[in-house]
Every structure is written in structure tokens, then in C-alpha cells.
Design a binder for this molecule. Structure first.
Ligand SMILES: NC(=O)c1ccc[n+]([C@@H]2O[C@H](COP(=O)([O-])OP(=O)(O)OC[C@H]3O[C@@H](n4cnc5c(N)ncnc54)[C@H](O)[C@@H]3O)[C@@H](O)[C@H]2O)c1
Length: 338
């Protein structure tokens, strides 16, 4: 355990996901919330009172707080590149909500800025920190199921967005569903296969309403240079609306590891038989692990998770999926080992 002083954090954008980061900040002594900023000043003030921190009016005000050593950016996707560049320019470490940026060029620009400044930049690929995702990864890395050949991830749920005006539904602001939500699944699949995909093909539907500008039901297929493949299915169009259906399967050359739709536990089976277990943890732990991993990286105790180059690739894959959705074609990428 580090003896470094608690890291002072500012959060920019205090809407939905900021709640999870603020809850995580309360559950660790490695970091503390110094101030919040939001373009909706009343919301920032309200949150500051609830959290017992300061509300500041502008980004410049955030950077004037000497106690702020790192910034968590929880604003809509289109703002990430500009706000992230400002954070890095002022010498603060950055925990950027996913996706890192709306374009590969934007993601690479942020990566280069963090690297030049010697700052930690982590991207909130939070599903990597769930107990079940980590357990599946541990089984794969143990070698028990052999070389991963096929991944299937299904993350289907009902409509969660606040209304038809929600920024998420505007591809200009969110980048579309493949970038906004699909990026979680494609990141998990590439993590587990352990290679960069060589091609992406996506099919989408507008199930809730044909008037939608995004596909609320999406299937993304990835191919990898070693012949492995992944199918990622993500929906916000399920009925009943409160449904939440999660399935994760990795088929390896020597066995299978799976989290089936009706169980919280993980099963792995090989020629030797079946193992089952229930990784402990709640969704709250996900953001605590993500935050503590970030602080570990700032304290030089551990590498950034995911590595910056992987977060840039996540944007590459997700934007390719968006392109495939629009064109109806397979999009080829420069795949290979990282
Ligand atoms: N890791 C996850 O599982 C997860 C889940 C949901 C959202 N997200 C990501 O978190 C980010 C925020 O999503 P959300 O659902 O919390 O959105 P939200 O709309 O609930 O909140 C966004 C907040 O940012 C504020 N804002 C907008 N533009 C701003 C600007 N330029 N400067 C300062 N404040 C600004 C808004 O007023 C709002 O309070 C997005 O990047 C999204 O992709 C991640």
C-alpha cells in the first residue's frame, strides 16, 4: 500500500456517471474530491453541497486549485478531446471517461500530450474492473482454457436514456452507439483475445423508434489476425425496459469460460471437468477498483489500465464499427499483437 498523500481530484461534468466516481471517492483514502465543475452551474453547486466539496464556475477555476492533482472528466463524448487537452496542458493527471475521444486522431493527440508531459492518462473502460470480467481474464491468462479463439458478449438492457433530447442519441455528440456503449464490449473482447482486431463488421437496428439517429440494437463482429473472432451484442431496446441481460463466453482451444445469462458466477470447463465460482463484488466496487488503479499509476506503483495505446485502439475499433454500420461493409484495420 502506498504511503503517498491522498490525491486531490476535480470532476468536470457532474451528471449520471459522476455519481459513481463520487461514490468511489468516498470508499477510498487514496484520493479525495476537491471541487466539481459543470456547465450547469446550479447542478455543480447542488452536487458540491451534497459532496462537501467546492463548486467552481470554469475550467480555469479548476486549474487554479493547487490541491487538484488529477481530473476526472465526465462530460459528453464530444467534449473529451478539448477538455482532456486542457487538463494535460495544466499538468494534471487525467482519468477520462470512455471513449477517450470521438476520433482516432483526437485520441492520438491526447495520448501524445500525456506522453510528452509525463502524465498519467487512464480511460474509464470500467467493465474491465468488474469482478466477472477480471475472473474471466484470470482464467484465460492462467492458460487453463488454452488459446482464446472466440468471444461472445451480450449486454442487453432496456431504454435508460433520459429522453429524446439526450445527447447520447445525437451521433454528433456521442459518436453513435458503437462508440458510446459498444466500446465497452469490443474493449473486453480485444483484452481477452489479446490482439488488435484486423476487421470490424457491424449491423444495427432502430428498435425503440425508427426516428432514432443511433442504432439502439447493435451487433459488432471482430476478426483477429490469429483467426480468432468475437461477437459483441449490445442493446438498449429490450422489453421489459428494466431488463438487464449479460452473457460472456470465451471459447479457448482447451476449454470454455462463461458467465451465463442466469448466473452471477463464472464457469470454466475443460477435459478435467467443470469449475464454478462466484466472484465477489458489486457494481460499486468497479469504480473503486478503477479509481485505485488510476492512483496506483499516478504513484508509479502499477501500469495504467488499460494502456493508453489500447484505449486509442478502442476508439479505432468503435469508430470502424460506426463506419461499418453506415456503409454496410467490413472495415479492415491494422491488426496484430500489441
Ligand atoms: N463507464 C461507464 O460505464 C459509463 C457510463 C455512462 C456514461 N459514461 C461516460 O461518461 C460521460 C458522461 O456521461 P453521463 O451519462 O454522465 O452524461 P450526463 O449527461 O448525465 O452528464 C454530463 C454532465 O456534463 C455536463 N457538461 C456537458 N458539457 C460540459 C462542458 N463542456 N463542461 C462542463 N460540463 C459539461 C452536463 O451539464 C452534465 O451535468 C460520457 O463520456 C459517457 O460516455 C461512462
Amino acid at each position: 500500500m502506498s504511503t503517498s498523500p491522498s490525491l486531490g481530484i476535480a470532476i468536470i461534468g457532474v451528471g449520471g456517471i459522476a455519481e459513481s466516481h463520487m461514490a468511489a471517492l468516498k470508499m477510498t483514502d487514496r484520493a479525495h474530491l476537491v471541487c466539481v465543475q459543470d456547465m450547469d452551474a446550479a447542478r455543480a453547486r447542488h452536487v458540491a453541497i451534497e459532496q462537501g466539496c467546492r463548486a467552481v464556475a470554469t475550467l480555469d477555476d479548476v486549474f487554479e486549485c493547487a490541491e487538484v492533482g488529477a481530473v476526472i472528466v465526465c462530460t459528453p463524448n464530444r467534449t473529451h478531446e478539448e477538455i482532456g487537452m486542457r487538463v494535460l496542458d495544466t499538468g494534471r493527471h487525467l482519468l477520462m471517461e470512455k471513449p477517450l475521444a470521438m476520433t482516432v486522431e483526437g485520441a492520438e493527440r491526447l495520448a501524445a500530450a500525456a506522453d510528452d508531459a509525463g502524465l498519467v492518462m487512464a480511460v474509464g473502460h470500467s467493465h474491465r474492473f468488474s469482478a466477472q470480467s477480471m475472473a474471466i481474464n484470470d482464467v484465460i491468462r492462467s492458460g487453463d482454457v488454452g488459446e482464446p479463439r472466440f468471444v461472445r458478449i451480450v449486454m442487453n438492457g432496456g431504454w435508460i436514456w433520459p429522453g429524446w433530447q439526450a445527447w447520447v442519441l445525437d451521433p454528433e455528440l456521442s459518436g453513435g452507439h458503437a462508440l458510446h456503449n459498444g466500446v465497452h464490449l469490443t474493449d473486453l473482447a480485444t483484452w481477452w483475445i489479446g490482439e488488435k482486431p484486423s476487421s470490424v463488421f457491424a449491423v444495427g437496428q432502430k428498435v425503440t423508434s425508427r426516428a432514432l439517429d443511433i442504432a439502439d440494437y447493435l451487433v459488432v463482429q471482430l476478426r483477429f489476425p490469429n483467426g480468432a473472432a468475437a461477437i459483441c451484442e449490445v442493446s438498449r431496446a429490450e422489453r421489459p425496459r428494466q431488463s438487464s441481460y449479460l452473457e460472456m463466453t470465451v471459447v479457448g482451444s482447451e476449454g470454455v469460460v462463461s458467465r451465463s445469462w442466469d448466473a452471477d458466477g463464472i464457469r470454466a470447463w475443460t477435459e478435467e471437468g467443470m469449475a464454478m465460482w462466484s466472484p465477489a463484488g458489486t457494481s460499486d466496487d468497479v469504480f473503486v477498483r478503477e479509481l485505485e488503479g488510476f492512483v496506483d499509476a499516478v504513484d508509479a506503483l502499477a501500469p495504467v489500465v488499460p494502456p493508453v495505446v489500447v484505449a486509442v485502439d478502442a476508439v479505432r475499433v468503435a469508430t470502424a464499427a460506426e463506419l461499418s454500420l453506415r456503409s454496410g461493409r467490413v472495415v479492415q484495420l491494422q491488426g496484430g499483437l500489441r
